[in-house]
Design a protein around this ligand. Sequence first.
Ligand code: CA
Ligand code: CA
Ligand code: CA
Ligand code: CA
Length: 246
Amino acid sequence: MHKLRILITVPFSISIIIGCTEKAPVQPNLSPEIFSIVTSTVLTDYRLPVVLFCVAYDFEFDPLSYLWSCTSGNFLGGATNDTVVWQGAKPSGTDTLTFTIAAEVTDGHSNTRDSLQIKAVNGDLYYDTGEPFVDAPDTYGLYNGVWDAGEVFFDLPSSRSNPAVGDSLYEFPTLNGSYDNTNGYFDEYELFTRPGDISIDPTWPILYTYNVYSHGADWQTNFWLYDTLHSTWTDRNSDGLFEPPW
Ligand SMILES: [Ca+2]
Ligand SMILES: [Ca+2]
Ligand SMILES: [Ca+2]
Ligand SMILES: [Ca+2]
């Protein structure tokens, strides 16, 4: 009984093995490779779009499809090309928001994913100083660091608006003849002012980087551009242009 079973099964097994070796071997698919995601910047003002480019390759020359995603913000013009334009959401106040941007590439068989982080800031940082003035001592010889009626001040141009964000109401800043105190708004002269060190000279609580007697006439032609000699604001996205936080 046992001898009979061996005689039947052994030739059958050999025929299966021979049949397999005759077939062409199945090549596994090679997944597409993402070499890098190239970005125009990793730190931006949230109002400024960022261009991203996914550098991907398929070693079998399969056609590639792209799909981008982000934790927040929008892809202007779609998210299915190798190059996309992304714009972040608005951070609150002067916060910095971090976004993760991901690209997924497929050759129709398998996917490859890569991502990077972009930080978005809500404008550049300036000092809300009010116009520079000469503080006067009280009867005890002390300076209070704030402008009081009668103290000498230097009138500087201001319009409290900004062409950098397409403000159509922008008017060239003009002198108004009165003292402008700290007001919670951005005034153009605040590109060039910062609180002074009262321990150095208490009569000048606000430092101004141009000649105060010129009343702004000696400002650079384009005062929105960062100027290492005179600008007192922080260019948080390093684009050399002032974007006020609002
Ligand atoms: Ca004072
Ligand atoms: Ca004024
Ligand atoms: Ca102000
Ligand atoms: Ca800037």
